[in-house]
Design a protein around this ligand. Sequence first.
Ligand SMILES: [Zn+2]
Ligand SMILES: [Zn+2]
Length: 248
Amino acid sequence: MKVEFLGTGGFHPNEKRQTACIMLPEIGLIFDAGSGAFRVAKHVQTESLDLFLTHAHLDHICGLTYLITLPLTGRIKNLRLYGRAEVLDAVRDHLFTDMVFPVAPPFEFHELVDERELMLASGNRIEWMKLTNHPGGSTAYKLHLKNHTFAYVTDTTVDGSYEEFVRDVDTLVHECYFPDSKKDWANRTGHTHATPLANLARKANVEKLVVVHTDPLDESNDPIGTKDMQAIFPNITVAEDGLSLDLN
Ligand SMILES: [Zn+2]
Ligand SMILES: [Zn+2]
């Protein structure tokens, strides 16, 4: 099972990273639709897409508008959009309006309620958890594949509240906007910095950490100071657009 990193930066695109979008083409699953979502069309393998939003900040939803070409060209029959009620409301009330983007793709809206998990049509179970350390909140997801668990956590500072949620996952995809030198900025903006993330990965016993949503002002290969993190947790990859991982 492949996972394609279509957008790996935060806030705004730069030459290396569009904003948040991750896709598992074989099961038609997408997490977030930032500017990287323009690449979804190249990877479509299914007639249905299940798209889970973490929250409604622009760097995670602006690419919803790009998806309109998929049903128009007949390539996609079902476009299901999942999120917390307030996230879906924000998309309907503020993005798809006459003044901003007047034609909405034919989304089926699916509100995530308190059951905290659902079974996808592909037969894979997905769990979610609300995160509160970011303006407006965010949502963590955990996907259960046949031989692999995959968690996606973005737009939050690290705290112990979701350590159990990500415990023992095979792949943890987690934001890290800032290096430790900008820790005050991380706390002020509701984002993650390097050392607490490495500690979380170690304490939660995850197998592999993939870092996304880095600061777009730093286009280097290592915007967060991975060497220091690896002294705590060695198995770290800092994602760039085009990264493709095999989850077997
Ligand atoms: Zn963001
Ligand atoms: Zn955000």
